[in-house]
Each structure stands twice: as structure tokens, then as C-alpha cells.
Design a protein around this ligand. Structure first.
Ligand SMILES: [Zn+2]
Length: 421
């Protein structure tokens, strides 16, 4: 599921598109026990295991807690005299405003990272206790640290944002929006090449027979000879996933090694049909367009909200207007609230696209049964919830619930142009 904590101001503009290209892939895709692709009868969705019900409930509770938890962290820092003190110290010892902003934002981000630790750690230990997370607490911590460093890449945007706010109080949002567009595009291109390899090792798919099948499938879909990688995700988790990421020269098919071990070739091809759907339909471009539009709406909204909120509450916290660096956490609080509102919209768009990709995969491969058995493996091995609560789907589901996807595969009528299973 998508993560919400640590959403802060221009991090959205700079980093969120990084997330856009982190295709959630099949992390929520359905799955089963009966995985033998030789089974010719369409499988039924089993009743959920007690263990699975508890696991999902824990995550739902954790999600429900994470929102007020994040808000509390922001409220604490807004009310804390330490926040003001940090700004004063930074101003006293550093001359250039850009350096002052950099150091302050790095400290602020450290605070939000530390504050989010209990939620992150709880999630990690839930995953560990159910046998999904296999990496050590040390590696988990190291991942958090790398994540912190990546978050710091938003600092130039914050500096630029404050500079624009000072120079053009009315139109700063439009300039910042314009500047964010090439960065968003760049993020999609660079993520698979520079960010993903910081966490795992990607190597060309070793299984030559499967690789050949996938290349034939990709070529049939119109994606000519893409790079096909496997990634050593089993260092961290036993969960299953595959995705297509990047644009242009950085575009690649990636299969988690856990999936290679757990699924038949037919099932992997069925899943890949879905992933190829994203690439061929151009979902990354649509997501980029939605990201640009969304950033514009959010920045415009902030341009209206910030003066109002700072005029109304700024003096209570001792801020000297929107440009006061000490007011940065308040800006983040406003942004956090805006992001909570936009999340269901983003999820709804994503669910629509995932459905399109399912349809594409079924048309391409005609593998209805393999699609269903692959989805059922996500149920069996990843404890994907077959019947999640409506509010969880509304707020967090980037994919349609598994039962719906399996039903769609069952009802799907192969079209004349596609291969039958
Ligand atoms: Zn997908």
C-alpha cells in the first residue's frame, strides 16, 4: 500500500513523481494456492485464512493511526519553542539564506523521519512476525536512512519556493509549478537507473527460456525488445511483484526473484501482460500528466491557503509572515491535509488504470486461468485481502480488490485477435 507519512511541502513536487514511477505493480494484486497452470478449471476464491484476516486488520489499524500520528508530529513541532530556537541558531551562524534554509529543512526532515519511525517499525515488525519481511532491523534502518537522503533532494525546491515567494508573492506558485514539470519527467526517467539500484541489485533475467517467452510477449504487445531484469527483493521480503518502469532508454521490465520462485511461466506471462498494458497504454505518461495537473492545483491552492492561514494563526506561533522559515512546519501541515484529500483521487485514477491493464493483459495473453491463479497466489502468499473494507479501498487501494479482478478475468470473453489459453 502506499505510504503517506513524511509528506512535506515541495517534496511533493520533487519527490512525488518519483513515487509515480514506482509502480506499485502487483503488490496488491490478487493471488492463490492452486498455482498449477495446468489446472483447466477456473479457480474459486477461497475463504480468507484467520491469519490473513488478522494481518490485514493490523495494517488497517496502523494506517488509521498513522494519519493522526503524522498530524500530531507536525503540531508538536509547530508549537515547540525548539523549532524557533533552531531557526535562530541557523540564522545566527549561517549567512546565506539558501544555506540557512538547507540546514533547517535537513533538521526538520530528520525530525519527521524520526517521528515516523514508530509507525514504520511497527509495520516492519508486523511484516516480520508474519514471515514477509526477512531483512534485519539494521537493513531496515539503512533503508530509512537512504530514504532520508533522497528526501533531502527536495531542498533546492524549498529554497526556490521561498525565493519565488519573496520575489513574486502572487505568482510564485505558477513559476514553481513550471519548474517542477521537467523535474517530474526527469524523476520518471532516472528512478529505475539511479534510485532503485540503491536498494537492490538488478541483473538481466537469468532464465533464458522465460526471457524469450517474455520478449515474444512484449513484442506482440508492441514493446520491442525491452530490457528484462530480475531483482534480489528476497533480501527484504517474501512478497511477489513485477513491474515496468522508466520511460525511453530507462524503460525496463523488472521481475522480483520471489515471483520467479513462486509462479509458473504462464502465470508470470499473465502478470507481465498486465504490466505491458501499463507501458503500451502509456499510463506513465498519463500519470505524469496527472502529476503535473495535480501539482498545479495543489500549488495554486497553497498560494490561496498560506496567506490566509498565516494571517489567521501566524501570530499565535510568533511567525513573521509566510516567509518566516520557522513557519515551514505549518506549511507542511497544510500540505499534509491537502494530500490526504487528494489521495483518494489518486487512488481512484490508479484503480481505473490497473483495471485497464488487467483487460489489456487478458486480451494479449488470453490466459484467464493463469491470471486468476497468479492473483490467488497474492492472496495465499501475500495475504492480499479478497474483501477489504470500503474505506480502505477508497483511501489506499491503488489496485481494484483481488476478488473483483479475479471475477473480471472469469467473465472476460477472449476477443478474436487474442490467443486462447
Ligand atoms: Zn499494474
Amino acid at each position: 500500500m502506499k505510504r503517506l507519512p513524511n509528506i512535506w511541502f515541495l517534496a511533493f513536487v520533487l519527490i512525488s513523481m518519483t513515487l509515480v514511477c514506482v509502480h506499485g505493480g502487483l503488490s496488491q494484486v490478487p493471488s492463490v494456492t492452486q498455482t498449477n497452470s495446468s489446472v483447466k478449471q477456473f479457480p474459486e476464491v477461497p475463504l480468507p485464512k484467520e491469519q490473513s484476516k488478522k494481518y490485514n486488520l493490523l495494517h488497517y489499524v496502523l494506517y488509521a493511526v498513522s494519519i493522526p500520528w503524522s498530524l500530531t508530529g507536525l503540531v508538536i513541532i509547530i508549537n515547540s519553542p525548539i523549532n524557533r530556537k533552531v531557526v535562530e541558531v541557523v540564522r545566527k551562524h549561517l549567512k546565506r539564506p539558501a544555506i540557512q534554509t538547507s540546514v533547517y529543512v535537513a533538521i526538520y526532515t530528520l525530525w519527521t523521519t524520526i517521528w515516523s519511525m514508530p509507525i514504520g517499525l511497527t509495520s516492519y515488525f508486523i511484516e516480520r512476525s508474519y514471515g514477509f519481511a526477512v531483512h534485519s532491523p539494521l537493513l531496515w534502518l539503512s533503508d530509512r536512512f537512504i530514504g532520508y537522503l533522497f528526501e533531502l533532494t527536495a531542498i533546492p525546491a524549498v529554497i526556490f519556493g521561498y525565493w519565488l515567494l519573496k520575489r513574486s508573492p502572487k505568482h510564485w506558485w505558477a513559476w514553481l509549478w513550471a519548474a517542477s514539470i521537467p523535474w517530474q519527467l526527469l524523476s520518471i526517467v532516472l528512478w529505475p537507473v539511479f534510485v532503485a539500484p540503491r536498494y537492490n541489485t538488478f541483473i538481466p533475467l537469468k532464465n533464458a527460456e522465460l526471457k524469450q517467452k517474455l520478449l515474444v510477449e512484449a513484442n506482440a504487445a508492441g514493446l520491442i525488445n525491452p530490457d528484462v531484469y530480475q531483482v534480489d527483493i528476497s533480501r527484504r521480503t517474501t512478497k511477489l511483484n513485477a513491474y515496468v518502469s522508466g520511460i525511453g532508454p530507462s524503460r525496463r521490465i523488472v521481475i522480483w526473484d520471489t515471483m520467479l520462485k513462486s509462479m509458473s511461466d504462464d502465470e508470470i506471462m499473465a502478470i507481465m501482460g498486465h504490466e505491458l498494458g501499463h507501458a503500451v497504454i502509456g499510463h506513465l505518461w498519463w500519470r505524469l500528466a496527472a502529476g503535473i495537473l495535480g501539482a498545479g492545483i495543489i500549488l495554486f491552492g497553497l498560494s490561496k491557503l498560506l496567506p490566509y492561514v498565516f494571517a489567521r494563526f501566524g501570530k499565535r506561533f510568533g511567525y513573521n509572515g509566510v516567509l518566516d522559515l520557522a513557519g515551514f512546519p505549518l506549511v507542511m501541515l497544510i500540505l499534509f491535509c491537502v494530500m490526504i484529500i487528494q489521495q483518494p483521487v489518486e487512488c481512484a485514477i490508479s484503480r481505473y488504470q490497473e483495471h485497464q491493464a488487467d483487460e489489456f493483459g487478458l486480451k494479449l495473453t488470453g490466459k484467464k486461468i493463469a491470471t486468476a491463479t497468479a492473483f490467488l497466489k497474492f492472496v495465499d502468499k501475500d495475504f492480499a485481502d479478497t474483501d477489504p473494507p470500503t474505506w480502505i479501498v477508497f483511501m489506499t487501494y491503488s489496485h481494484p480488490p483481488i476478488r473483483e479482478r479475479i471475477q473480471f478475468a472469469k467473465d472476460f470473453l477472449p476477443v478474436a485477435c487474442c490467443k486462447g489459453e
